[in-house]
Design a protein around this ligand. Sequence first.
Ligand code: ATP
Ligand code: MG
Length: 201
Amino acid sequence: MTDQNEEHRVAMAKQQQKQREIIKSKKKSNKGLLLVNTGDGKGKSTAGFGTVLRALGCEWKVGIVLYVKGKWKTGEREFFNRFSDLVDLRVMGEGFTWDTQDREQDIRAARKAWAVSCDMMQSGKYQLVLLDELNIVLRSGYLPLEEVLEGLAARHVDTHVIVTGRNAPDGLMEAADMVTEMKKIKHPFDAGIKAIQGIDF
Ligand code: ATP
Ligand code: MG
């Protein structure tokens, strides 16, 4: 038993040393990062909102622009609206969904939401800006990718930005500092189960 403990202690001490060296070789970021959550599995938006929560706990000022589901009542909207002094939550126009079926209106709404996003990102007022489902808008061709990349690059030096949504374009992933792909292993929707309030919205 004592031998086992001693072996463990030596192994852990070695690991601790290794870890310290790895951390020492890294430097502190001197700019806000661009993070992208994409893929066909669930969790892209919830990971974004989770980061918002963490940031608020660190007393950061946060901006959120919702590019889809604008009209729908969701748990996250209800929650963040209770903290409007801490989070600036904006919703794109009428809320672009397959419900609108009006391309011109969707494009106008996307343009407006993008203008709001650029203001937020450039103001320096926010340490974190979440652009939820911006990828969907890009995928639909409602905003040109070049313009979006320019806007993201022009963000305030201290502002981190998270972009979510399936099918992140290659150019966006190249520009990003972190890209996470949520991979579907299983989803209850495939088993015929409807979206669940509190879990899915
Ligand atoms: P969430 O908002 O729950 O984090 P998400 O942002 O990763 O999900 P979206 O593409 O925005 O995924 O889809 C939003 C809704 O669709 C959620 O209700 C989510 O549970 C559901 N969903 C996500 N992935 C899948 C999937 N592979 N099949 C069916 N429904 C899905
Ligand atoms: Mg989402």
